[in-house]
Unconditional design. Structure first.
Length: 264
């Protein structure tokens, strides 16, 4: 799917830590050597969380953004358990040890595909890899449309960054911003013609997004967030049943063409 990108073990320093809304943290990291190695939208890093036997295993976190000049790596973390809550307590100056970039990212249109009109559909913290993908598309002269959803307004993160890169449509379950309901119910599915769908978020959401894309005959790629341990294809704890058999999400994904998945 993507050209092979070299994996690294990196010690990066926190330069900015920001709680975007309750429980959601944007972490900006820099390298002592000045540049962060190449990464591809949809790839992830395995983050070491020090200080507790509970967090012995590294935690997989998507690359939220690699700035165009490669000076900063951003992670967007939803604090849900011991590991992510520990990450939420980092402060400026702390060091974070990462392995990455890991996995295969989204397939990008070639630079001569000007008439492509991609729809990027994200739910909750699943919007994280879509910011980097949006930046990469924009760099290629393609204006993406983002369809972002959450339970309520405070679940929609980094809106101002998405708006700089493309058109943004929103849904919330309580109707506090955008159309009320789920991303799969948004009117944009009936009004615009898309050539490619990319999605990341809770599995039921992605399954339904894939179903709509399939009905509308639009190619669709989904970034899966199966539970992981090694992140390297060795422990088999992240497998997904596909038309090609069981595949490790960490090494064969996390991004899959949904026609390969047994979802529809
Ligand atoms: C490829 C990939 C990319 C991810 N990107 C991000 C990201 O950018 N930002 C982010 O906040 N989270 C992301 N996640 C999810 C994140 O890895 C988990 O939330 C985290 O590992 C939970 O660890 P914990 O110690 O905080 O919680 P735990 O105590 O381990 O678990 C807390 C709760 O989260 C659930 N959980 C654990 N792992 C996962 C998982 N992989 N997916 C969904 N639920 C899980 C558990 O079942 C439990 O209910 C990603 C996961 C994968 C596989
Ligand atoms: S997490 Fe170990 S094989 Fe995927």
């Amino acid at each position: 799917m993507n050209e092979k990108i070299k994996k690294h073990i990196l010690d990066l320093s926190v330069v900015r830590m920001c709680e975007l809304s309750p429980g959601y943290f944007e972490i900006h990291l820099i390298s002592a050597c000045g540049t962060i190695p190449e990464m591809h939208p949809g790839q992830f890093v395995q983050v070491r969380v020090d200080g507790s036997p509970e967090t012995f295993l590294r935690r997989p976190i998507s690359v939220n953004l690699l700035t165009v000049d490669h000076t900063e790596l951003w992670l967007l973390v939803h604090a849900v358990g011991a590991g992510t809550k520990a990450l939420a307590c980092l402060n400026e100056g702390h060091t974070l040890n990462l392995v990455g970039p890991l996995g295969n990212g989204f397939t990008l249109p070639s630079s001569d595909e000007y008439d492509t009109h991609p729809l990027l559909v994200g739910g909750g913290v699943g919007t994280a890899p879509l910011l980097f993908l949006g930046q990469e598309l924009s760099q290629r002269g393609i204006r993406p449309t983002f369809l972002l959803g959450g339970k309520r307004k405070s679940d929609i993160m980094q809106l101002e960054h998405f708006q700089l890169l493309g058109d943004v449509a929103l849904t919330t379950e309580d109707g506090s911003v955008g159309e009320r309901g789920f991303v799969t119910q948004h009117s944009i599915w009936h009004t615009d013609a898309f050539t490619q769908v990319y999605t990341c978020g809770p599995k039921p959401m992605m399954v339904n997004v894939a179903r709509i894309a399939h009905e509308q005959k639009i190619p669709c790629e989904a970034s899966l967030e199966n539970m992981m341990a090694c992140g390297l294809g060795a422990c088999l704890c992240c497998v997904e049943d596909t038309v090609e058999g069981n595949l490790c999400v960490c090494s064969e994904g996390p991004v899959f063409d949904t026609s390969k998945l047994k979802w529809i």
